[in-house]
Design a protein around this ligand. Structure first.
Ligand SMILES: *Cc1c(COP(=O)(O)O)cnc(C)c1O
Length: 375
């Protein structure tokens, strides 16, 4: 099965993990600090704070940003549920903004959703393609809102040569197994704000500060959301190879783009010339006449060895959210969900694999184009 995204672990990764297992430190220690420095250097942000997952990192970021009861947060429904979950758990209200056909938040619709209750804007870089971050930053500044970017897909993506991680007040990355690089499970918040960095470190570790000798003081509420030394060492080792990973994914994507250039049955994600994407995903957007047979298409692609997936069911369609916030329906997000399929595009694939994927996809899509609905 060729996966829509997967990890690539080599002997160097295995060696550094082995070294940590033979050392004295297993829980958070010098390797975590080193990985944080590597991340800050790579993204050009001042501070990096590592966590045991991006979900934990989101939770910490929202919390130290002061997001709480009754605050409204403008965000994208086309994301993994954690993006909204973690501020809803703090008592905040999701205000979902519709997306564009590239899966990213529609920056033109953000301003009309702003009210006196709005506290933050949380865009996500879908598939690794950066959102219109400069425009969204202007909006946040004009209305005095925090900008927290869920860049779980977008480590290594950049706009005009500037890396994602250096734009927003806080930027979150995920190092889950199948994300651009992996620590097995892990995440981080990047920020230029020293106060946020300090508060994030406290939140991550029981809100405790060391005093003299045995004495420590718990100064604020905190948890144990720490990254392990094993994970951090793997992260630093993986980060050395990120350019290679992204180049491979972009080569496969460029091949797909060329194959699908004049395709009439589906769209692909267009990437502007001044933009680099991590290509965490390669999404295709089926034409409306293929919405009906999408299940058949999906099933047959899987049967023929394509580990496809759909990203994402709009967050507001989940029963938890329906019960809490009623029925929400955004037309492009709904269409996007009916249309989207992420096809295999990862750094373990060869160009022969890519050719097989493109051939199979075209074969299947054309077959069902003439069948219509099966019910
Ligand atoms: C994967 C992902 C998360 C959660 O990351 P974890 O590290 O698994 O907690 C959050 N947001 C988005 C957009 C993601 O893709």
């Amino acid at each position: 099965m060729l996966s829509y995204s997967t990890q690539l672990i080599d002997e160097d990764d295995i060696k550094v993990v082995g070294e940590v297992l033979r050392s004295n430190f297993l829980a958070q220690g010098p390797r975590v600090a080193e990985f944080e420095q590597d991340l800050a250097k790579y993204t050009t942000a001042k501070y990096a704070v590592a966590f045991n997952s991006a979900t934990s990192a989101l939770r910490a970021a929202y919390s130290v940003a002061g997001i709480g009861e009754g605050d409204a947060v403008i965000t994208s429904p086309i994301s993994f549920v954690a993006t909204s979950n973690m501020f809803v758990d703090l008592g905040a209200i999701p205000i979902w903004c519709d997306v564009k056909l590239d899966g990213n938040i529609n920056e033109k619709q953000i301003e009309k959703l702003i009210t006196p209750q709005t506290k933050a804007i949380v865009p996500i870089d879908f598939a690794g393609k950066p959102v219109e971050i400069e425009r969204i930053k202007e909006i946040a500044k004009k209305h005095n809102l925090l900008l927290i970017q869920d860049a779980s897909h977008a480590l290594g993506s950049s706009v005009k040569g500037k890396k994602i991680g250096s734009f927003a007040d806080m930027t979150i990355f995920s190092f889950h197994a199948i994300k651009p690089i992996t620590t097995s499970e892990g995440g981080a918040v990047l920020t230029d704000n020293e106060d946020f960095a300090k508060a994030l470190r406290l939140y991550r570790s029981h809100g405790m500060v060391k005093k003299e000798l045995w004495n420590s003081d718990m100064v604020s509420m905190g948890y144990n959301l720490r990254m392990t030394e094993v994970a951090a060492a793997l992260g630093s080792s993986q980060l050395k190879k990120i350019e290679q990973f992204i180049d491979t994914r972009n080569e496969i994507a460029a091949y797909y783009d060329a194959r699908f250039q004049s395709e009439k049955l589906f769209l692909t994600q267009k990437i502007e010339a001044d933009t680099r994407t991590s290509r965490h995903l390669y999404p295709i957007i089926l034409n409306p006449e293929l919405h009906c047979p999408k299940e058949d298409i999906f099933r047959e692609l899987q049967e023929r060895g394509l580990g496809v997936q759909v990203h994402y069911k709009p967050i507001y369609k989940n029963s938890f959210y329906k019960e809490r916030f009623g029925n929400v329906s955004l037309s492009v997000a709904n269409d996007f969900y009916n249309s989207e399929i992420s096809i295999p595009c990862n750094q373990t694939m060869s160009m022969q694999d890519a050719e097989y994927v493109a051939d199979t996809l075209l074969d299947v899509v054309y077959k069902y184009n003439y069948r219509g609905c099966s019910f």
